[in-house]
Design a protein around this ligand. Sequence first.
Ligand SMILES: [Fe+2]
Length: 131
Amino acid sequence: MVKSFSNVFSNINVNLHLQNSHFISIFVIILFLAEKLMLSQLPINLEKVPEEDKDEEILRAGIIAELDAINFYEQMAGYTKDEGIKKILLDIAREEKTHVGEFQALLLKKDKEQVKELEKGAKEVEEELKD
Ligand SMILES: [Fe+2]
């Protein structure tokens, strides 16, 4: 009786272990596919971009990749039932928001039109939300 109880317990442990490793395998596959499919791959052919625009395009591609990463990690956090994994995924998602800020700060130093348009966009939203 004790032995069979122990076997059941051990089977539960194996099952939990397999479920966890199954999740990790799926996670690794998704990471691999995401790397192949995400917008964070350079979406532009830099050979065709005028030299003076290259840095701005690189910074925009960086912002796209970081925004993609935020959504990706938040979605993965939504899939897992493991509170530890969820916590780390959400922490990484938060760090990606910092990276967005870093790329944006660099971009706004180079693209003054973007600075004006960001301000214009914010004002338009404030105006539209007044009503
Ligand atoms: Fe990042």
